[in-house]
Design a protein. Structure first.
Length: 202
């Protein structure tokens, strides 16, 4: 009898725990990633420009080439660069890593400025920054456009004015190219510092 009572109490306790730790949510964010939609979905109420970065959604396997400081030598490696919808389908977040570094971006389109705002973070050596920009027509490309985001920053160690310029190009359903360059304000100096080539994995 005591064993039966104990079993009933244990079952009731477990049921109570289950109901408090996994409550049924109402009015949840239906466009967030889920079992049915592992990368989330774009919210129909989001700005149409959200589609600009739709090519990143999913898992991307990439080659990553970095220019060595004070040199024309490049070192190539492998990295991941995966993306999903977030903020209930109003924004895109991408994450990835190479070597021991993990980094990512929150990408939000601002209708007031007609620009994308991309906020970058990297760990474990903390760094961050914000780049802004958007579509630039490129009729000779498959997508018909490239994406260019800039951050106003002088050349390292100088007061020479310019922009850290990040460009997404060769955009398609199967992948994309990315390059990072420092470009002087008058365009007379272009210093490439990083190149990433990505192919869609899933």
């Amino acid at each position: 009898m005591l064993r039966a009572i104990s079993s009933v109490l244990a079952a009731a306790l477990l049921a109570g725990c289950a109901s408090t730790t996994t409550p049924q949510r109402e009015g949840g964010f239906e466009y967030e990633p889920s079992a049915a939609h592992p990368f989330g979905r774009p919210n129909p109420a989001a700005p149409p420009e959200l589609a600009d970065f739709a090519f990143m959604i999913g898992r991307n396997d990439c080659t990553d080439s970095r220019r060595q400081p004070n040199s024309d030598d490049w070192v190539e490696g492998e990295r991941t660069w995966d993306a999903q919808y977030t903020m209930n389908g109003f924004a895109i977040i991408d994450t990835g890593g190479s070597g021991g570094a993990a980094n990512g971006n929150m990408r939000v389109y601002d209708p007031a400025t007609s620009q994308w705002q991309g906020t970058f973070f990297s760990m474990p050596a903390y760094s961050s920054g914000v780049w802004a920009g958007g579509r630039v027509d490129a009729p000779d490309t498959a997508a018909g456009y490239v994406l260019v985001l800039k951050q106003d920053i002088p050349a390292p160690g100088t007061q020479f004015a310019g922009d850290s310029t990040l460009t997404f190009s060769e955009i398609s359903d199967s992948g994309f190219e990315w390059r990072g360059e420092w470009i002087s304000k008058d365009g007379s100096v272009i210093y490439p510092f990083r190149r990433i080539s990505c192919r869609k994995a899933s």
